[in-house]
Design a binder for this molecule. Structure first.
Ligand SMILES: NC(=O)c1ccc[n+]([C@@H]2O[C@H](COP(=O)([O-])OP(=O)(O)OC[C@H]3O[C@@H](n4cnc5c(N)ncnc54)[C@H](OP(=O)(O)O)[C@@H]3O)[C@@H](O)[C@H]2O)c1
Length: 213
């Protein structure tokens, strides 16, 4: 599969490594331009290229976005039409600045991204896992229920299935928290599953008993 990655930091660069290892072709972008990603791309090998943000979106079937949430409005809205977009961004007011509609729980960060990238098929995912764990905890040898959980939420069932397959291919278990609004809110900072080292079966137990957030 062709996967675009926007954001080449802790999460984006490590996701890129896992996707390449799983046999995918990636095109990666950051805010400063492709020339700043030469070393990373050299490390990733021949199935990786550094490109512009527009090119990363156009190249791919899935676009994995991992940037500080506060920058989401800089993304070019039309480049993502009909693409599956994985939204791994979290809202941290100290880093991102305050968004009143989020502070007042009127919406969620993924719904705001979906509003901006109209026509994209947004799947919130990879939000609750620390990048050091993303780097090391995937294990293809384990049965799904014993693997570390990576949570997904979306209003698009087919897109969610595609992202779930990708998660399984890198050695994790995809655990569905529901639709973009409530399922997305379930994955936000300070919730019961956020930044917790949970297997899929432990995660299901928490989601079942605590109903998420
Ligand atoms: N760190 C974690 O363990 C973790 C876990 C789950 C989710 N998250 C969330 O994932 C997102 C990324 O976190 P991170 O730790 O990977 O951040 P990071 O290491 O600071 O990397 C951020 C990346 O985003 C790029 N970027 C910044 N502004 C951009 C823009 N306007 N357009 C395109 N690219 C832009 C940066 O490129 P330049 O350097 O060129 O600006 C950099 O490559 C955040 O929303 C974070 O909350 C993080």
């Amino acid at each position: 599969m062709k996967i675009g990655i926007i954001g080449a930091g802790n999460i984006g660069a490590n996701a890129a490594k896992l996707f390449v290892k799983a046999g995918h072709e990636i095109a990666i972008a950051n805010s400063r331009g492709a020339e700043t990603l030469k070393d990373l791309v050299a490390e990733l090998g021949e199935n990786a290229q550094a490109v512009s943000i527009e090119e990363a979106a156009k190249f791919s079937e899935i676009v994995f976005i991992s940037i500080p949430f506060g920058k989401y409005q800089t993304l070019p809205p039309n480049a993502f039409d009909s693409k599956i977009v994985v939204d791994s961004n979290n809202y941290y007011p100290d880093r991102d600045g305050s968004f009143t509609e989020l502070d007042e729980n009127k919406t969620t960060s993924s719904e705001m991204l979906a509003e901006h990238l109209r026509g994209a098929r947004i799947v919130k995912g990879f939000n609750t896992i620390w990048f050091e764990h993303l780097k090391t905890q995937g294990d293809m040898s384990l049965p799904s229920e014993e693997r570390r959980a990576i949570f997904i939420a979306s209003d698009d069932a087919e897109a969610k299935k595609t992202v779930a397959r990708l998660i399984e291919e890198i050695g994790f278990a995809a655990v569905d928290t529901g639709d973009l609004r409530d399922g997305g809110a379930t994955q936000q900072p300070d919730t019961a599953i956020y930044n917790r080292n949970l297997t899929a079966s432990e995660a299901q137990a928490i989601l079942g008993s605590e109903g998420g957030y």
